[in-house]
Design a protein around this ligand. Sequence first.
Ligand SMILES: Nc1ncnc2c1ncn2[C@@H]1O[C@H](COP(=O)(O)OP(=O)(O)OP(=O)(O)O)[C@@H](O)[C@H]1O
Ligand SMILES: [Mg+2]
Length: 237
Amino acid sequence: MSQRLDITGLTSGYGRIDVLHDLSVSMGIHGNVGLFGPNGHGKTTLLRTVSGLIKPSKGSIAFNGVELSTLTPRAIVELGLIHVSQGNRLFPDLTIGECLSLGAFTKAARGREEASREEVLRIFPKLGERWRQKVRTLSGGERQMVSIGTALMSCPKMLVLDEPTLGLAPKIKEELCIAVMRISKQGVPLIVVEQDVEFLLELSNHLYLINHGEIAAEIKPGQSLDHAEIMSLYFGK
Ligand SMILES: Nc1ncnc2c1ncn2[C@@H]1O[C@H](COP(=O)(O)OP(=O)(O)OP(=O)(O)O)[C@@H](O)[C@H]1O
Ligand SMILES: [Mg+2]
């Protein structure tokens, strides 16, 4: 079944400050979606609002027709919408194995823990080599693998990644990009925020530029843009 996320007239932010302004966008219908845009313009705020961590002041977020804006983050995870936060937040004293087990708490995931674990280790073999190592002793790239692996343990119907390669050295970044592509090939639709637009274009043929809390531009499936055109979208002509 294809998965869809329909956001309509979304206004959201922190306290009395709105970051997103009447934002509307539908995602998932054409497969993966990439989101990009300047720092501080609301990409993370959008993802946090979708996953219930911030309550919107206006608008609707529907996942396969179910309204999310009144649900708890836990209930949203149960529906299969799984969000991997920017700057991976993991319990430092847990081992890799313990972290992954925590991901398998949803109803859909419980009976499939063993199969999901094998799947995660196929995608990230490094995690198997370091199974009993504590999270706090891992490198940034390895932590990101644990974060995404834990999300996969929840049996996502849609996976939302906020800057999965942020701050990683080129070699480990490459490794992670390959893993994300592999996850995508298994049929889980992805919503990915990244500064690396080239990677987004490899992953998805549908991109949105978020600027000042609004959708400022769309790159549609079938529309090909070269690097210079993307840069001019990003920085203005
Ligand atoms: N917890 C918070 N309380 C108040 N303001 C916040 C909070 N988190 C973010 N903001 C503000 O909201 C705005 C949007 O931030 P957001 O993190 O959504 O941007 P972003 O596009 O994800 O940026 P980046 O590319 O740096 O990750 C910024 O002005 C930021 O300072
Ligand atoms: Mg962000």
